[in-house]
Design a binder for this molecule. Structure first.
Ligand code: FES
Length: 456
């Protein structure tokens, strides 16, 4: 593999196209990023009851998110320890014992039977074929090193030496809160409705992560959405699209977002459901509750952002979570979940569901626009000539400012590619194999260059 410092020259705004197409780089991403970073696995509302499970992914590994009878949430590798068979082949369900279809080994999550979820409890022929010699304690399912339930969103890492999740998240947490915990801060306040939309896209997985971290410049792609009145740019065109908005990046962590001004005043409520008084009243009340709950972070109403490496979210309506699972250098599986308040009236939930369906997902209008760009850019960057060239991320170098209220953050209220530079700088750090001591920042920011002093 080419030296990482040649692949990503973030300070110059240059990223080599090979990182979106090369097989060897892709394999190293799986090893160096997805085996170490904190990854979003699912939402607790997908497993609300004892024995519920939801099959998810961490990099190229299938995993089972489980809630056992004792309420413990665990993430287990979905691969039998005997000969590797994919243990659970359903998307989700309710079960406390997973029996392998190949030779019949079974694994339990029930705390009344096992000390830790995933232990091997049944082996056909244990006495007759194995003569009782097989130590079942040694052959339980592999568990992640750490699981963290952050306000209903479940994150996990395979790396026992990883920092605490909230350190990994940093002050990006304020914006994740606006999606997960926006109204009253109570656990279980939000639920995923309508199931999880899953679809494959012929794109490298980093393209949407970069898009959601703050690419307002691509606003022109969504003109068709503007024309029918549900577009993110409100039909105003590129020149005005940045008006009233800010881009915030966390250069030492690789996270970033787009938000709405005003920066130092509480935003006005905007009526969106005037035709339905019940829904309008609900969202007006929710807006006031958000201000009380979220406080200062409401000064920048979060619109959309990315948490390194492969999770994005919308923090206002619609509130969504999106994950980009790497399949190959030129293919990803995109998962999208929509959050609503668990106690919202049925009419509000139904209106939200319809909005989600027409706005995003595989049949929605915005993602259709974006997928065309991501697949086209991936395809056109694979050739022997194209793969040696660099993408340009030079917009706004040196024109952002530190945010005093946020550790390690920089902000721009002009079009910028600072957020993408932050993302790829972080990608380079992971791909260089740096230790967690080197990866975790001290949050000092050089004013003039918008770069972290440490963690680079
Ligand atoms: Fe699962 Fe043999 S592969 S029991």
């Amino acid at each position: 593999m080419e030296p990482v410092e040649q692949l990503v020259r973030a300070d110059e705004g240059l990223v080599k196209r090979a990182i979106f197409s090369d097989e060897e780089i892709f394999r190293e991403e799986i090893n160096r990023i997805f085996s170490r970073a904190w990854l979003f696995v699912g939402h607790e509302s997908l497993i609300p009851n004892p024995d519920d499970y939801f099959v998810s992914r961490m990099g190229s590994d299938s995993v089972i998110l489980t809630r056992n009878r004792q309420g413990e949430i665990q993430v287990l590798l979905n691969s039998c320890t005997h000969r590797g068979m994919k243990l659970c082949r359903y998307d989700q369900g309710n079960n406390r014992t997973f029996t392998c279809p190949y030779h019949g080994w079974s694994f339990s999550t029930d705390g009344n039977l096992v000390e830790r979820p995933g232990e091997l409890v049944g082996v056909p022929g244990h006495a007759s074929h194995y003569k009782g010699d097989l130590d079942k304690k040694q052959w339980g399912l592999k568990r992640v090193a750490h699981v963290h339930n952050y306000k209903g969103a479940i994150f996990a890492t395979w790396d026992a030496g990883a920092p605490a999740f909230e350190d990994y998240l940093g002050d990006m947490r304020y914006y994740l809160d606006s999606a997960l915990d926006h109204r009253d801060g109570s656990p279980g306040g939000s639920i995923v409705i309508g199931g999880v939309q899953k679809w494959r896209v012929g794109s490298n997985w980093k393209m949407p992560a970069e898009n959601f971290i703050g690419d307002l410049y691509h606003d022109i792609s969504h003109r068709s959405v503007d024309i029918v009145g549900i577009g993110p740019s409100g039909g105003r065109g590129r020149r005005d699209a940045m008006k009233g908005r800010v881009a915030i990046a966390f250069p030492a962590l690789g996270h970033g977002l787009l938000g709405n001004l005003p920066h130092y005043e509480e935003p006005e409520y905007q009526a969106n459901y005037a035709a339905d008084p019940e829904i309008e009243k609900y969202y007006r009340d929710v807006h006031q509750a958000r201000i009380r709950n979220l406080g200062n972070q409401m000064r920048v109403r979060h619109r959309v952002g990315t948490i390194f490496p492969n999770m994005s979210f919308h923090g206002w309506q619609p509130r969504t979570i999106t994950v980009y699972h790497p399949i190959s250098p030129s293919e990803m599986e995109m998962w999208r979940m929509y959050l609503v308040d668990a106690d919202a009236p049925a009419g509000v939930k139904e209106a939200a569901r319809h909005y989600f369906l027409r706005y995003s997902g595989p049949g929605g209008m915005t993602e259709s626009d974006d997928m065309e760009n991501w697949t086209g850019a991936t395809e056109a960057s694979r050739g022997s000539i194209a793969r040696e060239m660099y993408f340009n991320y030079q917009m706004g170098i040196g024109h952002c400012k530190p945010v005093p209220e946020l550790r390690g953050a920089v902000v721009s209220n002009e079009f910028t590619e600072e957020n993408a530079r932050a993302y790829y700088r972080r990608w380079g750090q992971f791909m260089s194999g740096k230790s967690w001591d080197e990866l975790m920042p001290t949050y000092e920011i050089k004013d003039e260059a918008c770069l972290p002093l440490t963690g680079s």
